[in-house]
Design a protein around this ligand. Structure first.
Ligand code: OFO
Length: 174
């Protein structure tokens, strides 16, 4: 059994992960509308990953005999001014998630809750990877430059990154 404070904080994390999943889903739809196939696939995969992150906490709460609360999702944007702006928002959201995971970690340390601390280690690693991925993606976009001619190359680049992520996931499962 975990403390009421920890349960509340983990349920808030469920909301944040669910929110990310829906935000990224909306981004996938926008990319699709803009004809950016690589970005569409990338954001669909990211959206699915966030749902998994949310469910992981759901199952953890159940394991420690605590009630997991299905989150209320706030309305998300449906339009972005450019692909750069969209990925900047993803990066910002990931940083918000990292800060939130760090706070959860602080609570687990203060409460000597070793079980939750151990559970959260995975998220610490995941957030480091996610932030790094988004940063390198933004760096690539900067190198390619913006403008209608560049969009094609940005999309191809994101498609390649997505394929590499999928391959890495496959290796992890094997
Ligand atoms: Fe689950 O927030 Fe991103 O990875």
């Amino acid at each position: 059994m975990i403390s009421a404070k920890m349960a509340k904080a983990l349920n808030a994390q469920i909301q944040l992960e669910g929110q990310a999943s829906f935000l990224y889903l909306s981004m996938a739809a926008w990319c699709d509308k803009e004809g950016l196939d690589g970005c569409t696939q990338f954001m669909h995969r990211q959206s699915g990953e966030e749902r998994e992150h949310m469910l992981k906490i759901f199952h953890y709460l159940s394991e420690v005999d605590t009630h997991a609360l299905t989150p209320a999702i706030k309305p998300v944007a449906h339009e972005w001014t450019s692909v750069t702006e969209m990925f900047k928002e993803v990066y910002k959201h990931e940083q918000k998630v990292t800060a939130s995971i760090n706070k959860l970690m602080d609570i687990s340390l203060k409460e000597n809750d070793h079980t939750t601390n151990n559970f959260l280690q995975w998220y610490i690693m995941e957030q480091r990877e996610e932030e790094n991925l988004m940063r390198s993606l933004l760096d690539k976009i900067k190198l390619i430059g913006e403008g209608p001619m560049s969009l094609y190359y940005i999309d191809k680049e994101v498609e390649a990154i997505n394929a590499a992520e999928l391959a890495a996931e496959g290796e992890e499962e094997a």
